[in-house]
Each structure stands twice: as structure tokens, then as C-alpha cells.
Design a protein around this ligand. Structure first.
Ligand code: MN
Ligand code: MN
Length: 315
């Protein structure tokens, strides 16, 4: 029996367009809340885009995702999973970044997730640009390197950008491998495409044993076959799931900074997550939703739906 405190507000009690929007209408339980110790999965916003190199805006993502996530109901239509009954879920609020200091923001984000991990809470994060994942991994990988299943148009494995900038949304997983946060042999990157400056990122992936599945191979093999390989690569160990909304074709998710055409549709975007059942997921994120480029709100609604699918495979 689910604890009423951790049950989202039903649309039968208060219409879904009414009320203060928290993630999926869950209770807001900050880190100093009396019941923080009972939370099992924490939904967290990181409104930060200091790593963005082109079109900005993901700092506005969490607020927009909270709003659109009020559309989510209790039960998964494809799997029947009712995540809010399976685990105590709560909205832990936002991590407050320092908008004037990237390095300080990295420290603040890791400090927040250190506390989340200390409470034994699995985080489901709404970004923020993709640099957000690095300080999260610094906290989550304290006990040893993690595997990772990564959906994206881009590898985010570049060494640096412009005048040697080491911390951008194009570099988080290069840093994570260098820092020993990820076990590259247990990392798979799915959906990679688009024009490139060069192949430096792919050469690095090859050199450390990261498996890259380009979009052509994804379309040729299909979701089930690709995801069976992804599950095999992640194995039975602790695994993080990082989902960049630009994995999805911009016809379905235009509201992002660096869209790339030729991607999966919105059904496939959900299907790949459903195929994660059985993976030992210790945390997940959904990043790079940029409301200023999301005229219809469809990107944020798809992203909120992907977060619900992630929640369903985390419980
Ligand atoms: Mn990315
Ligand atoms: Mn990307």
C-alpha cells in the first residue's frame, strides 16, 4: 500500500492544470525535510546551462518540465507499471547553481548529490545542459566507476573547446573517463550523428573501448536488437542512464540547443527506455531541454514522458 504522503495529487482531487507544479505532482521534500530519509527516488532539477557552447536555454528546463510533467498520470500504458506505488518518490527541488561561476557550480552540484547518495536516494535529474551529468557522476561514482547507457546525437567525449575550455556540454564524458567515474568498457552511446569538426571524440571512444552505435546502425537494426546489446554492455553492475533530448529527431523535439536531423521518433524515444528493464540503474537524467526553442511545448512534454519511462525502469 502506497503511503498517501508520497502519492502524487490525483487529477480527480485537483485538476491537473491547477496547483503548484512539482515533478509529476509529487510532494516537495527538500534535503532538510523531516521525511527525506524515507525517499527512495528523488526527482531533482538542475537549472544550469553554463556548459552550453551554442544556443542557450536549458537553465529554464526544470521549471518547464515540472509544468509539463503535471500531464503524467499514475500508470504506464505499455508496461502497466505504477511507479509511485512501487517506491517512495518525491521532488527534491532544484540544485542552486552559481550563474556567474562554472567551477563553483560544479562543486555545488556534487555537494547536493553527495547528500542524495548519503540518504540512499536514487536521483532522476532534469537538466540543465549535458555538463550537468559530470558533477552528478562525481557523487554517484564515489564507490567505483559506473557503467553508462547514453542516448544522444553527440558523444560529448571531446577534449576541450575554444581556448582550451575543459568543461562544456561537449566534454563531460571525456572528463568522467579521465577521472575514473565511468568504466569505458561498460559504456554505450546510442544515436550518434550530425556534422562534426573532426573525429577526435570517436578516436577517444575507440582508444578506451566505449561502444558507439551511430544512428545508421540504430535504424538498420531496430530498437530491440540495439537495446539487447546495450544491456549486455552495461552488464549486472551499477549503471547510470543519461538521456540528451537531442537524441530524438528535431521534428519531435525541436526545443534543444544542438539539434541533429535523422533521429528516432517520439515512440522510439520511449521504447528505448522501456528496453532498460533489468539494468541495475543507480541514477538517470534527462538533459538539454531548452524552452526558448520549444515553441509548442512538445519537447518538454516528450521529455517529461521520457522521465516517467525512466522512473518506471528505476523502480
Ligand atoms: Mn549531450
Ligand atoms: Mn547532444
Amino acid at each position: 500500500m502506497a503511503d498517501p504522503f508520497f502519492t502524487p495529487i490525483s487529477g480527480f482531487d485537483l485538476p491537473r492544470f491547477a496547483g503548484i507544479p512539482s515533478f509529476m505532482r509529487l510532494p516537495h521534500v527538500g534535503l532538510d525535510h523531516a521525511r527525506i530519509g524515507e525517499v527512495e527516488i528523488g526527482l531533482i532539477g538542475v537549472p544550469w546551462d553554463a556548459g552550453t557552447t551554442n544556443r542557450p536555454g536549458p537553465r529554464h528546463g526544470p521549471r518547464q518540465l515540472r509544468d509539463m510533467s503535471t500531464m503524467i498520470r499514475a500508470q504506464n500504458d505499455a508496461t502497466g507499471i505504477r511507479p509511485f506505488e512501487a517506491r517512495n518518490c518525491a521532488d527534491l527541488g532544484d540544485v542552486g547553481p552559481n550563474p556567474a561561476d562554472l567551477m563553483d557550480s560544479l562543486t555545488r552540484i556534487t555537494a547536493f548529490y553527495d547528500k542524495v547518495k548519503a540518504h540512499g536516494i536514487k536521483p532522476l535529474t532534469a537538466g540543465g545542459d549535458h555538463l550537468t551529468t559530470l558533477p552528478v557522476l562525481r557523487a554517484m561514482a564515489k564507490d567505483g566507476p559506473l557503467g553508462m547507457i547514453h542516448f544522444d546525437s553527440h558523444t560529448d567525449l571531446f577534449h576541450s573547446y575554444f581556448d582550451g575550455r575543459m568543461y562544456t556540454h561537449g566534454t563531460p564524458f571525456r572528463r568522467a573517463v579521465e577521472e575514473g567515474l565511468l568504466d569505458p568498457k561498460r559504456v554505450v552511446q546510442i544515436g550518434i550523428r550530425g556534422t562534426a569538426y573532426d573525429s577526435e571524440d570517436r578516436d577517444f571512444a575507440d582508444s578506451v573501448g566505449i561502444r558507439v552505435i551511430p544512428i545508421g546502425e540504430f535504424h538498420a537494426r531496430g530498437v530491440e536488437d540495439v537495446m539487447a546489446e546495450a544491456r549486455e554492455i552495461a552488464g549486472t553492475g551499477d549503471t547510470y542512464v543519461s538521456y540528451d533530448i537531442d537524441f530524438v529527431d528535431p521534428a519531435f523535439a525541436p526545443g534543444t540547443g544542438t539539434p541533429e536531423v535523422g533521429g528516432p521518433n517520439s515512440y522510439q524515444a520511449l521504447q528505448v527506455v522501456r528496453e532498460l528493464q533489468g539494468v541495475h540503474i543507480v541514477g538517470a537524467d534527462l538533459v538539454e531541454v531548452s524552452p526558448p526553442f520549444d515553441q509548442s511545448g512538445n519537447t518538454a512534454y516528450l521529455a517529461a514522458s521520457i522521465m516517467f519511462e525512466l522512473l518506471c525502469v528505476m523502480v
